[in-house]
Ligand binder design. Structure first.
Ligand SMILES: Nc1ncnc2c1ncn2[C@@H]1O[C@H](COP(=O)(O)OP(=O)(O)OP(=O)(O)O)[C@@H](O)[C@H]1O
Length: 209
């Protein structure tokens, strides 16, 4: 039996009278990559943010089980903060509280592993503000990997990146699904769409596929 990590029913989202999503149903399964595609303004970011819980639906039902890592578009993150790449990745371990909170050595191993997987270990001490856009995007995904969440949500992670950075990101997404996570990714990138187990298409806020 496949485990459902997110279950959305008849979802509707409105922003001050603009309807961004209408009657969207979606099940997201553990161990799979789901890509959300569609034209600009079709509601892709709104859908992933509703799964994340950062947007509250106007109507409908959202049931999510497990922990969530949400990797926003790199343009949504301020680059004015005095943080190193390692600091940004370490934030991913902060939510691991209670008895599951890893010991300090465990935290370091998680962060080092995530830096290596995205091939940015040599940038660990660099200032997040000064690394390139592609390196910043990889650091944000590394933060998401360090969370080891049940649900990994990404918004256009490969847009504007060189081929090598995009390939690293795609490979990390597929690996996370193999580990058992449910991966949901907004993307226009044909290579990301090709790597998906399932493609959900939106048009005018409706699901058409
Ligand atoms: N915070 C907001 N306030 C008002 N309207 C919004 C807000 N966010 C999104 N919208 C509107 O909701 C609709 C869906 O936007 P959304 O960003 O979810 O689409 P998208 O498919 O991700 O677009 P893109 O490909 O351009 O990123 C659009 O009409 C947009 O203008």
């Amino acid at each position: 039996m496949t485990l459902v990590s997110a279950h959305l029913t008849r979802l509707r989202v409105e922003y001050d009278g603009t309807v961004a999503l209408r009657d969207v149903d979606l099940d997201v399964r553990a161990g799979t990559v789901t890509v959300i595609a569609g034209p600009n303004g079709s509601g892709k970011s709104t859908l992933v943010e509703t799964i994340a819980g950062t947007v509250v639906p106007t109507a409908g039902r959202r049931v999510v089980s497990g922990t969530i890592a949400f990797v926003p578009q790199r343009t949504a993150v301020s680059d004015g903060l005095p943080l190193t790449v390692r600091d940004v990745v370490t934030v991913g371990t902060w939510g691991r509280l209670g008895r599951w909170r890893p010991a300090r050595a465990g935290t370091r191993a998680l962060v080092d592993g995530a830096l290596r997987r995205l091939d940015i270990a040599d940038l660990a001490s660099a200032s997040f503000a000064t690394v390139s856009g592609g390196q910043r995007q990889r650091a944000l995904l590394a933060q998401g990997l360090a969370r080891r969440a049940d649900l990994l949500l990404l918004d256009e992670p490969t847009t504007g990146l060189d081929a090598a950075s995009a390939e690293r990101i795609r490979a990390a997404m597929v690996d996370e699904a193999r580990r058992g996570a449910a991966v949901v990714c907004v993307s226009h990138d044909p290579a990301v769409i090709a790597a998906a187990d399932r493609v959900v298409r939106l048009e005018g806020g409706r699901r058409i596929e």
